[in-house]
Design a protein around this ligand. Structure first.
Ligand SMILES: [Zn+2]
Length: 330
C-alpha cells in the first residue's frame, strides 16, 4: 500500500512538471528569442534567430514557429512577449514600430493553429514587469513599477500583486508621459514625452545638438567627427571618462526619468521601482540623477522607503514574464 501511494505521488509530480513548463518567446526588432521555462523560473532550453523584420510579417512568423519548435518538448503552452500596441485578450498585434508591415496580425491565432496549444500574447514591457515580480528584483513585492529605457521607454505596473492591463490592454505607456508641453517631438506624434527627452536616441540627439553648436567634447574624437555615429553608449563612454557635456546630458536624462518616477509614485504608491533596458546599463551615471530627482520632487510620505534598483533579469525579463503570465493564468 505504501509503495503504491509513493509511486502514484511520483507519477503526479512528473505530470505536474511537464504541465508547468512554458515555451516563452520574446519577439524583438532584431532577434527572436525563445526558451523552455519551468514553474521555478529555470530555463531548460534556449534558441535564437534573427528577426529580419524588413522581410515583413509572414517570414517573421515562420521564424517564430521555428524558435518554438527548437525548444518545445511536447504540448507546452506558448507565451509571446511582443512590442505593442497589441490586444492581449484577442492575441492581436495592432502595430509594432520596429516590425514593418505588422498591422492587426492575429499572432496568437496563427500559432494556435500551427501548434494546437494555448497561446498567450502580451506587451513585452508589461511582461518584463511581471518577470521581475515573480522571478527577479521584485520577488515578494506586491506594488512595483518597471521601466525599460532603451530605443524607447516602456513600462509595466504591478499593483496589489497583479499586472495592470487597463481597459484595452494598453496600460503603463510610461514613456509617453508628458513632461515638457513644448518639448521635442516623440515617435508617437506627441511632444515633450519622457521617451523624447530621455531614451537612448534622445540622449544621442542632445549630444549632437550641442556638438553642432560647437560645444567642446571628447565625443567628437570617439566618433571621429561623424555625428551620425553618436549613440547613448558613446555618450556614456565619454561621461565615464569625465567629459562635462556627456555628464550633463546624462544628468538631464536622469532628471526627466526621475520626474516621471515622482509622478508615478504619486499615482501608484509602489514600494519598488525597477529600471531595465540598454540605457540603464550606464549605471550610477543615470541612477544618481534619477534617485536625486525622485527624492527631491516626490511627496515625503509617498517616497518613504521606496527603492530604485536595476533589473535583476536583464535581457531575459520579457521571456521570464511571458512564462510567469501563463503560470499565473492557471
Ligand atoms: Zn510619445
Amino acid at each position: 500500500m505504501t509503495v503504491f501511494i509513493s509511486y502514484s505521488c511520483i507519477i503526479e509530480e512528473e505530470w505536474r512538471q511537464v504541465k508547468d513548463n512554458v515555451v516563452a518567446v520574446d519577439l524583438g526588432g532584431t532577434h527572436i528569442r525563445s526558451a523552455l521555462i519551468n514553474e521555478k523560473g529555470e530555463i531548460l532550453a534556449r534558441a535564437q534567430r534573427e528577426t529580419l523584420a524588413q522581410e515583413g510579417p509572414e517570414p517573421v512568423i515562420r521564424r517564430i514557429e521555428a524558435c518554438i519548435r527548437d525548444v518545445a518538448r511536447g504540448t507546452e503552452p506558448v507565451s509571446i512577449a511582443a512590442p505593442g500596441p497589441l490586444n492581449p485578450w484577442k492575441g492581436i498585434v495592432h502595430q509594432a514600430p520596429n516590425l514593418p508591415g505588422w498591422r492587426e496580425v492575429p499572432l496568437a491565432d496563427i500559432l494556435h493553429r500551427a501548434f494546437k496549444v494555448p497561446v498567450y500574447l502580451n506587451n513585452d514591457a508589461n511582461l518584463a514587469a511581471l518577470g521581475e515580480h515573480r522571478f527577479g528584483a521584485g520577488q515578494g513585492v506586491n506594488d512595483l513599477i518597471y521601466l525599460t529605457i532603451s530605443t524607447g521607454i516602456g513600462g509595466g505596473i504591478i499593483t496589489q500583486g497583479r499586472l495592470l492591463l487597463g481597459a484595452r490592454g494598453l496600460a503603463a505607456e510610461v514613456g509617453h508621459m508628458i513632461l515638457e508641453p513644448e518639448g521635442p517631438p516623440c515617435g508617437c506624434g506627441g511632444r515633450g514625452h519622457l521617451e523624447s527627452l530621455a531614451s537612448g536616441p534622445a540622449i544621442a540627439r542632445r549630444a549632437v545638438e550641442e556638438m553642432e553648436k560647437g560645444t567642446e567634447t571628447s565625443i567628437t574624437r570617439l566618433v571621429k567627427g561623424n555625428l551620425s555615429k553618436v549613440t547613448a553608449r558613446v555618450v556614456a563612454q565619454a561621461a565615464e571618462a569625465g567629459d562635462p557635456l556627456a555628464n550633463s546630458i546624462f544628468k538631464e536624462a536622469g532628471f526627466y526619468i526621475g520626474l516621471g518616477i515622482a509622478n508615478l509614485l504619486h499615482i501608484l504608491n509602489p514600494q519598488l521601482v525597477i529600471l531595465g533596458g540598454g540605457v540603464s546599463k550606464a549605471g550610477d551615471l543615470l541612477f544618481d540623477p534619477i534617485r536625486a530627482t525622485a527624492e527631491a520632487r516626490a511627496i515625503p510620505s509617498i517616497k518613504q522607503g521606496v527603492k530604485i534598483v536595476p533589473s535583476a533579469l536583464g535581457d531575459d525579463a520579457g521571456l521570464m514574464g511571458a512564462a510567469a503570465f501563463v503560470l499565473e493564468a492557471e
